[in-house]
Structure formats: structure tokens, C-alpha cells
Design a binder for this molecule. Structure first.
Ligand SMILES: [Zn+2]
Length: 82
């Protein structure tokens, strides 16, 4: 009877250990979506001419009165600077 009891505890602890290792393994496998390095470059800026939002890295930049403005196209930029 004691033998069976010990066997039950051992298998229970063994199962727990496997579960712990498995969960650690899986949590390492799945990459955390919070730590994306591209968040900064995906920032949207508004074109003051046509009011369209464009990603900052794709936008055309112009300066007026020491301020930075971003545009969807060269046409909008020219219209703004005119
Ligand atoms: Zn535009």
C-alpha cells in the first residue's frame, strides 16, 4: 500500500515537472508581440494639405517657420510651400 502511495506521489511530481518544463518551453517559443522594434517607424503623420495620414518614413518632409511638416506627395508639398 505504501509502495503504491509513493508511486502515486512520484508520478504526480513527475507530471508537474513535465508541465512546468513544457509551459516554459512554449512561452519561449511564442515571441512577445509587445516588443516590436518597428513601432517608431510606423508612426503616422498628417498631411496638412489633403489631411491624409501617412507613415512618417514614407512621408515627404518640408520645413516652414522652423516647423516640420509631412506630406503624402510632392504635389501636396509644393502646394503647401507655395
Ligand atoms: Zn497630400
Amino acid at each position: 500500500m505504501i509502495r503504491f502511495f509513493i508511486l502515486a506521489i512520484t508520478s504526480y511530481l513527475g507530471f508537474k515537472l513535465v508541465q512546468k518544463v513544457a509551459s516554459r518551453f512554449f512561452s519561449q517559443k511564442i515571441p512577445c508581440p509587445q516588443t516590436k522594434p518597428e513601432v517608431e517607424s510606423e508612426e503616422l503623420v498628417q498631411d496638412p494639405v489633403c489631411k491624409v495620414f501617412v507613415p512618417r518614413r514614407n512621408a515627404l518632409k518640408a520645413q516652414k517657420n522652423g516647423e516640420d511638416f509631412f506630406f503624402c506627395s510632392e504635389g501636396c508639398r509644393k502646394k503647401f510651400l507655395r
